[in-house]
Design a protein around this ligand. Structure first.
Ligand code: SAM
Ligand code: SF4
Ligand code: SF4
Length: 380
């Protein structure tokens, strides 16, 4: 096997200052970026640490004991996160997703959830509050998360075969414990549970059918994610991506599926429903989704912003620079000033990385790849 060259460039330091404009306009909730895209979804990374070493995200060779994780003083406090989230809600955000690193490793995460659960939209509605986790601590924490006001949960699981999964998480973590976490989440009443599986050709593509058979008819929605060239440390190659079209063809050979309409604009997954004997979608059997970030870019509808663990605002998963909101928070700026500083950042946004990559030759490596930020820092 050819040797992989893993560039070691720390892009976390690259950030721009968020500037308070001289004219302070109150948020309207109607912000649009350069491509007319609204701001609806804020993903908040609460830690850059993780107890897994998934090789597509935090490979062991890079994220070892010498890796310079952020010191605690750099992290946004729960009060700072909640304050920013409220301002984003005023700008139109309706969905908050806690992520990381592994969000359940952040101490007292349930107290952050309790604060976020109090937030309301300008017309008094609660937000869609969710969390993405590797589920290693979910069985232990599910009840506290539910009690704090979490609505939903997404669990990452890359296979059912124990040997395959242990190899992928690279810390020898067993499948059974993740399944226990999913069960616990269901038992405490967390609804709409989703399971995300990153598919790497030649590594876990033999797990597609077992995973689909396992979750079909259980009320848990399985979603297959194309392995992405996010970050600069995973040694990504196009030939390890299994295009979703191929995956759906594989599934359909055994399990009849029919295409379903999207639930909402900007939804990342394309939905397929399991069909009954008459070729109609059977809701009791449920559905699967495919997230084709590589082969079918969905930048056109992308309404997501990402807040890093230390308060940098990223406008795209593939951005190489963030906007420093923490300095603004800690400078004593008022809510009005911070909200006014956020507006032009979104209005100037013209990111559409995946779409541009899909217009390049298949194995092209975009020029700025070595500077891309890691997924564990800004969250998925
Ligand atoms: N630790 C949590 C977890 O694994 O669910 C939350 C953070 S993780 C960065 C969020 C999601 O990003 C996970 O579902 C993970 O599988 C996905 N992810 C990470 N690296 C990826 C890559 N290179 N391509 C596609 N998905 C990736
Ligand atoms: Fe950790 Fe999630 Fe990244 Fe895996 S995908 S290394 S569980 S942050
Ligand atoms: Fe959104 Fe960037 Fe992903 Fe496109 S590449 S869908 S703009 S996060």
């Amino acid at each position: 096997m050819a040797e992989r060259v893993i560039p070691l460039v720390d892009a976390r330091a690259a950030s721009r200052s968020a500037v308070v404009p001289s004219l302070l306009q109150a948020p309207t909730g109607l912000l649009q970026d350069q491509w007319g895209r609204p701001l609806r979804d804020l993903r908040i990374s609460v830690t850059d640490r993780c107890n897994f070493r998934c090789n597509y995200c935090m490979p062991k060779e890079v994220f070892d004991k010498n890796y310079p994780y952020l010191p605690h003083s750099s992290l946004l406090s729960f009060e700072e996160i909640t304050r920013l989230a409220q301002l984003f809600v005023q700008h139109g955000v309706r969905k908050l997703r806690l992520t990381g690193g592994e969000p359940l490793l952040r101490k007292n995460i349930e107290s952050l959830i309790a604060q976020l659960a109090q937030l309301r939209t300008p017309d008094g509605q609660p937000l869609d509050l969710t969390l993405t986790t590797n589920a290693s601590l979910l069985a232990r924490k599910a009840q506290a998360l539910k009690d704090a006001g979490l609505n939903r949960v997404t669990v990452s699981l890359d296979g059912l075969d124990d040997a395959v999964f242990r190899r992928m998480n690279d810390v020898d973590f067993p499948v059974a414990d993740v399944l226990d976490g999913i069960e616990a989440a269901r038992a405490v009443g967390l609804s709409d549970i989703k399971v995300n599986m990153v598919v790497k050709r030649g590594t876990n593509d033999d797990q597609i059918l077992p995973m689909a058979r396992h979750f079909r008819g259980t009320g848990v929605t399985l979603r297959f994610i194309e392995y992405m060239d996010v970050g600069a440390t995973n040694g990504w190659r196009m030939n390890e991506v299994l295009p979703s079209a191929e995956l759906i063809a594989q599934l359909r050979a055994e399990l009849p599926l029919i295409a379903l309409d999207p639930n909402s604009q900007g939804e990342t997954a394309v939905r397929w429903g399991y069909a009954d004997a008459f070729g109609q979608h059977d809701p009791a059997l449920g559905e699967v989704g495919v997230i084709s970030s590589v082969t079918q870019a969905f930048c056109g509808d992308c309404n997501r912003a990402r807040l890093s663990t230390e308060g940098q605002l990223y406008l795209c998963l593939f951005a190489s620079q963030g906007w420093d909101l923490r300095s603004l928070l800690r400078s004593g700026a008022s809510d009005r000033e911070i909200a006014a500083a956020i507006a032009p950042i979104w209005q100037q946004r013209d990111d559409r990385y995946s779409q541009m990559r899909s217009e390049m030759p298949p194995d092209a490596s975009p020029a700025q790849s070595a500077r891309r930020i890691e997924m564990s820092y800004i969250g998925g």
